[in-house]
Design a protein around this ligand. Structure first.
Ligand code: ZN
Length: 142
């Protein structure tokens, strides 16, 4: 059934050669199948979603500048998740074995970030509902 699909390495090569993607960016897009690693948003579904796609650093470059271009520190994200995450440090410190943790426990780190982002997203959701009621004029009880 999938016999006509290209292999992941070929896809990476096509993105680099045909669309001038940075090699790391191409690898990350293919690895995550064009979906946000945190919320699962399909960044290839619409133009707006595609435009919100960004390469996110699991460990923020402000605290881990040495890992800025480390492949295991890169992930695909939508703008919203990346923005909400900000400088959040899932390790809550700057351990010497950060690179080893990325290499061996990347999925676990992403899982922890997802939990933090869903809390932060709930705060945004509560605000959105209140703002909507005010702006649309439905804020008076009764
Ligand atoms: Zn997302």
């Amino acid at each position: 059934m999938n016999s006509f699909k290209t292999e992941p390495d070929e896809r990476v090569g096509e993105l680099i050669e045909e669309l001038d993607f940075h090699p790391l960016t191409a690898k990350i897009y293919v690895k995550y199948n064009g979906k946000c690693a945190y919320c699962g948003l399909d960044l290839l579904e619409t133009t707006v979603k595609y435009h919100s796609g960004t390469i996110d650093r699991i460990l923020p470059k402000s605290k881990y500048p040495e890992l800025e271009w480390e492949e295991s520190n890169l992930t695909l994200s939508c703008f919203s998740c990346s923005d909400l995450k900000g400088e959040y440090d899932v390790l809550e410190s700057n351990p010497e074995n950060a690179l080893e943790l990325l290499a061996n426990h990347q999925e676990n780190l992403i899982y922890k970030i997802k939990n933090e982002l869903s809390k932060r997203m709930q705060t945004v959701e509560n605000e959105r509902i209140r703002v909507k009621r005010i702006i649309r004029g439905y804020n008076k009880a009764g």
